[in-house]
Design a protein around this ligand. Structure first.
Ligand code: PMV
Length: 316
């Protein structure tokens, strides 16, 4: 029996839109920060019988992901692809669990597919490098290829890599869970639908320009500049969703109120967290360690209405 775990990651420049038939090649490069405290564990056990099966893994502090029929199928298909790649045979029970809420915009496919790829590599004693495993994982779930590098990961084409010379290596993370509901439009569906938005014209160039600017800000430790790039980026992605044909949205009144509160903080303090949202209604905040007091204050405020998960003080 082997076991592996991998972290989730939060994109600051988003992967949104993929090249059709390319095995999840993105239409633009992305950059993420690894959420090392949010993990998926995958366990593989050899079983008799013709086919692989998925089952929930029981572990204190972890819960089985909410997997739709399609989600489970995708996960098992990726394992089949890994077996073929590693020239392996036999059937396996794949158990998995996350220590964070999944399927509400808290990307659990990233950590799940990365952990499955690691576990398979270990089970079948694969000789691939980390970069090669990242490419394999990408074929199962695009954003998972970034979960092989910490704290920063850049993904331009085939697989991700660790960008050199970036500051802000240690950040505090808080996620304001305005809704824990399973989302109606999956990110796979979102990647297809955004191409129908009139705003999709120029999206690659906008994301690319922002990525270059953000990398420069992170190198120079320019927090204000980084915030501006990250802020524009998540709004650009959500505008794509809302102008698709037909439109769809993840932003709710509650998300808007949280985002507006962050905007106020920035306006009056000229400082604040990096603010971003994935394909879901929840809001992610990243703080520099010296902003702990501000982070605590904001978390206390958001906890009056919402569950807030923090990297420094657990889940409440
Ligand atoms: O890897 P996928 O297909 O679940 O896509 C993830 C897309 C976003 O989370 C919205 C953005 C990103 O880059 O992680």
């Amino acid at each position: 029996m082997v076991e592996a775990s991998a972290p989730s990651n939060i994109a600051l420049i988003k992967y949104m839109g993929k090249i059709v038939g390319s095995g999840n090649q993105p239409t633009n490069a992305s950059l993420s920060y690894s959420l090392d405290h949010w993990r998926t564990i995958v366990q593989l056990e050899s079983i008799a019988g013709p086919e692989d099966r998925w089952a929930p893994l029981e572990r204190t502090g972890y819960a089985a992901p909410v997997l739709s029929e399609k989600g489970r199928e995708k996960f098992l298909q990726h394992f089949q692809f890994l077996k073929e790649t590693f020239n392996a045979e036999g059937a396996f029970r794949i158990r998995s669990a996350n220590n964070f809420p999944s399927d509400c915009g808290l990307a659990s496919s990233a950590s799940s597919f990365a952990a499955l790829t690691w576990a398979a590599a270990e089970q079948f004693q694969a000789r691939q490098s980390v970069n090669e495993l990242s490419v394999l994982s990408r074929k199962g779930s695009g954003s998972s290829c970034r979960s092989f590098f910490t704290p920063w990961a850049i993904w331009e084409k085939d697989g991700a890599e660790a960008p050199q010379g970036l500051g802000f290596q240690k950040l505090l993370h808080a996620a304001v869970i305005v809704s824990g509901a399973v989302k109606e439009v999956s990110s796979s569906e979102a990647h297809v639908r955004v191409t129908t938005s009139p705003n999709f014209v120029g999206r690659t160039d906008r994301a690319e320009g922002r990525l270059r600017h953000l990398l420069a800000c992170l190198k120079e430790e320019n927090w204000v500049g980084a915030h501006e790039a990250v802020w524009e980026e998540f709004r650009d992605m959500h505008d794509l969703f809302e102008t698709s044909v037909p439109p769809f949205r993840y932003r709710t009144t509650d998300s808007k109120n949280v985002v507006d509160a962050c905007h106020h903080i920035w306006k009056f303090k000229k400082d604040g967290p990096l603010v971003t949202m994935d394909a879901g209604p929840n809001v992610h905040l990243l703080y520099r360690p010296e902003q702990m007091e501000l982070a605590e204050k904001m978390v206390r405020h958001f906890r009056e209405k919402h569950v807030v998960v923090t990297s420094w003080g657990g889940f409440r």
